[in-house]
Write a protein that binds this ligand. Structure first.
Ligand code: 5GP
Length: 121
């Protein structure tokens, strides 16, 4: 199975600590770590530890609502941990091919630490 069909991704290895990542927050439901290819001084990824059907946001179901809320709440929490609550920051979810998603395990990008521009490309 390819990742986009729900097979394992590199993030499973990060969750299992099989490959290193700089983890900045973790609880029973989710994990936040630094993106390996940061697009800004702070670039974190917030992911559910159990992907389930959440390979991408467009696969979300009714029973994913509490996890989605938890991930968004956690995005702000880790942003504040980085001091970004004082300056502003951006949360992004890339979905599917046209959204430029490359890892099919739902993740929220938390990006900040410099003046960002809008709209994205
Ligand atoms: P996407 O393009 O799917 O929205 O974002 C995937 C993100 O995962 C990219 O920003 C990419 O740099 C990051 N990424 C991919 N592989 C790894 C990895 O092994 N470790 C970490 N920390 N980030 C990764």
């Amino acid at each position: 199975k390819s990742a986009s069909e729900g097979g394992p991704t590199i993030f499973d290895k990060i969750i299992k600590r099989e490959i290193p990542a700089t983890v900045v927050f973790e609880d029973e439901l989710c994990m936040a770590f630094r993106d390996v290819n940061p697009q800004a001084p702070t670039h974190l990824l917030v992911i559910p530890k159990e992907r389930g059907n959440l390979s991408q946001l467009s696969k979300a179901q009714e029973d994913d609502k509490s996890m989605l809320g938890h991930l968004l709440y956690t995005a702000n929490r880790v942003a504040a941990q980085e001091g970004l609550d004082k300056t502003g920051y951006r949360v992004v979810i890339n979905d599917g091919v046209e959204g430029c998603q490359s890892v099919y395990h739902l993740h929220l990008h938390v990006i900040g630490g410099r003046q960002l521009t809008w709209p994205p490309g």
